[in-house]
Design a protein around this ligand. Structure first.
Ligand SMILES: NC(=O)c1ccc[n+]([C@@H]2O[C@H](COP(=O)([O-])OP(=O)(O)OC[C@H]3O[C@@H](n4cnc5c(N)ncnc54)[C@H](OP(=O)(O)O)[C@@H]3O)[C@@H](O)[C@H]2O)c1
Length: 400
């Protein structure tokens, strides 16, 4: 989104850098750097950060070879094991982007640094336990300093969060509203995503404990309720597809937006599914996910799985070119039904890099509603981020 007029969003701390991208040497970090180099507004003050200066310099060289203007693009050394390096990074930037995962392993020190410094933060986590632990440990500090801590700014969970918001706005029902989101995709994942997913599912008990602790302390909206409801496998009467409940972070993010924003009505329920047109695919999906989840519980099996997939690598440009996703939403309330769809290209990487970079630009430059602490994409940016993603080629449609 080339916009020459850079005006900082009101009331944000003045820093010498607009954005810092931490993890620029990784697979998704490299794609995010390339997206920013191609699409960032002229005059953006940004830097690449990572633990290895030579690898960072190689990323900057690749950007220059692709024709990007990298004059003045700084390289900052930062390591998650060196808190002072993260404090320095958070102290210089208005927004920090991080692709350093698995977040349960590497994520907390940077969230702590950004919350303390009043610096906006975006990441790509899909790990519910990480998000709950960060709420418990750093939400209050971020609320006090004004930092907006926005997790899950990639395929987890931007299309689902903004798609559900779009659906309730189209429905405009007075009373209770239910929305179901149905994901279909053809795509491959990276080593980093595989490691994060296996780490997350191997910690089912810890995940439940963190969620329960959060429920005990998090205030509920007065006079309203918003909940993620685990569905069951069924054939959907409106869509005509087989739906399988998808135990990802997305329904929790959507429900949190429902709790934060009155637009979702007095009683909001969201369920999240994978959709397929044929029953054998549905059965195969259940068996595949179940086998991965079971294998991840057993130490030696988990290590064997992780050793087979290397971090730092991901699907080729040709494979990503053929990849696609769509999320169909059915919203019901006030006697009406609406169908909407969010869709785009390669979900996990090309579109994720776009969503992550546009989220950071949106926090830095758009006039968003005043929020602070741990907030969702719908809550912190809503229509501004939807407008950016539409302009960048993602589709948000109302079907009927
Ligand atoms: N939810 C979504 O939609 C979505 C989509 C894509 C990715 N993701 C998530 O994004 C994360 C990154 O995925 P990826 O495939 O890009 O992973 P990756 O290629 O393995 O990249 C990991 C990055 O972390 C850096 N790193 C590791 N340890 C570090 C440390 N101690 N200090 C500083 N940096 C460190 C690596 O630096 P070096 O180069 O120096 O090793 C590298 O830049 C994963 O958690 C993945 O699940 C989520």
């Amino acid at each position: 989104m080339a916009d020459p007029a850079i005006v900082p969003a009101p009331d944000r701390p003045e820093r010498d850098l607009d954005l810092v991208l931490f993890g620029a040497t990784g697979f998704t970090g490299g794609l995010t750097a390339a997206y920013l180099a191609r699409n960032a507004p002229h005059g953006l003050r940004w830097a690449l950060a990572g633990r290895n200066q030579d690898k960072l310099a190689a990323v900057r060289d690749r950007l220059a070879e692709s024709g990007a203007d990298v004059e003045g693009l700084e390289l900052l050394r930062a390591d998650v094991t060196d808190r002072a390096s993260l404090d320095a990074l958070a102290g210089r930037a208005r927004v920090v982007i991080t692709t350093v995962g698995p977040y349960l392993t590497h994520g907390e020190p940077l969230v702590a640094a950004c919350a303390a410094a009043g610096t906006d933060y975006v990441d790509l986590t899909g790990e519910p336990e990480f998000v709950d632990r960060m709420y418990l440990a750093h939400h209050a500090t971020a609320e006090r300093t004004g930092a907006r801590i926005v997790h899950a700014c990639g395929f987890d969970s931007v299309p689902h969060d903004l798609g559900a918001l779009h659906t309730v706005q189209e429905l405009q029902a007075e009373g209770p509203v239910t929305v179901r989101g149905v994901v279909r995709a053809d795509a491959k994942f990276s080593g980093g995503t595989f490691h994060s997913a296996v780490t997350a599912v191997s910690r089912a008990r810890q995940m439940r404990e963190a969620a329960a602790e959060r429920r005990r302390v998090e205030p509920r909206p007065a006079g309203r309720s918003s909940r993620a409801v685990a569905g069951r496998p069924h054939r959907d009467p409106v869509l005509g597809w087989w739906l399988l409940p998808m135990p990802t972070i997305d329904p929790y993010v959507v429900a949190r937006s429902g709790a934060a924003l009155p637009a979702y009505g007095p009683e909001f329920r969201y369920s999240h599914y994978a959709g397929t047109t044929t029953l054998p695919y549905a059965v195969g999906g259940v068996v595949g996910v179940g086998a991965l989840a079971l294998g991840a519980q057993v130490g030696p099996l988990r290590r064997a799985m992780l050793n087979r997939v290397k971090q730092g690598e991901g699907p080729s440009a040709e494979r990503r070119e053929r990849s696609w996703f769509s999320v169909d939403f059915v919203g019901e309330g006030g006697g009406r039904t609406v169908r909407t769809r969010v869709s785009g290209g390669d979900p996990g990487y090309d579109e994720t890099a776009k969503m992550l970079a546009e989220s950071a630009l949106c926090l830095a430059f758009d006039d968003n509603p005043p929020t602070a602490g741990q907030v969702t994409t719908a809550q912190a940016m809503g229509a501004n981020l939807t407008a950016r993603l539409r302009a960048a080629g993602m589709r948000f449609e109302t079907l009927d």
